[in-house]
Design a protein around this ligand. Structure first.
Ligand code: ZN
Length: 240
């Protein structure tokens, strides 16, 4: 499985607090734990690289793409968004992290121009309840994951109904949020996972890493079916 971890990589350069948690960027933290967990081909790409590091060649050699963005969603070129969107439709897995809900890419895949939700940065506790312990992405995860401090996200989350709802989060301020979701678009499998605000060390948490490793395996679709489309002539009866 060939994985590419895409990160906007802006907060880490601008804010000391974020740099302390992710000295090499969120993308390299994710890459490191994927490598430690048995994935062998993990590359990274960031916003400021040419074509945001997501050339057609890179995408053609990517089976699963991770996506973390926040401050500069609008600086991602429409051409690259279209290219990634097409690859998802053709079978590339996509794992959308935290504030990626407002990325051009996620909104396009969801068919919404909003992706809005409620939020506040108050360092509240998040309890993620596992409501699909049978699901491959939830293997090895107990009945809940407790994140001591996290940005609060609350419903209403303006997305279409997910194909599967794996976790519901409760926050100490009272909100609830659908925080681990799957979608299918074309041959592509998409996992949205809410945690990961940049000022908390969330991608260092073993349970979060476990879920994301499971998600990569789930999203990997090495042989998307190639059903013939278009006009089909009536075959001679003898060949049926
Ligand atoms: Zn955030």
């Amino acid at each position: 499985m060939r994985i590419t971890v895409w990160n906007e990589y802006v907060h880490e350069k601008l804010e000391e607090k974020v740099r302390e948690i992710y000295p090499n960027g969120i993308h390299n933290c994710i890459r490191d734990f994927l490598l430690k967990n048995g994935f062998t081909d993990v590359k990274t790409a960031t916003l400021e690289e040419p074509e945001h590091g997501l050339t057609q060649e890179v995408l053609d050699q990517t089976d699963v793409l991770f996506w973390w963005g926040h401050m500069r969603h609008n600086d991602v070129s429409d051409e690259v968004v279209q290219r990634v969107y097409d690859r998802v439709q053709d079978g590339m897995g996509l794992i959308v992290l935290h504030s990626g809900h407002e990325s051009k890419l996620f909104k396009k895949l969801m068919g919404t121009n909003s992706g809005q939700l409620r939020w506040r940065e108050a360092g509240e506790t998040e309890i993620m309840w596992n409501i699909r312990p049978d699901h491959p992405i939830m293997q090895g995860i107990g009945d809940k994951v407790v994140i001591p401090q996290e940005e609060t996200y609350g419903e209403l989350f303006h997305i279409p109904d997910p194909d599967e709802l794996l976790m519901i989060s409760w926050f100490s301020g009272g909100e609830v949020f659908r925080s681990a979701l799957t979608f299918h678009r074309g041959a592509g499998r998409i996992f949205y996972f809410k945690p990961g605000h940049e000022t908390f060390p969330i991608y260092h948490m073993p349970e979060v890493q476990k879920i994301l490793c499971n998600a990569a395996n789930w999203a990997y679709n090495p042989a998307p079916s190639s059903i013939g489309y278009g006009h089909f002539p009536v075959p001679p009866i003898s060949t049926l």
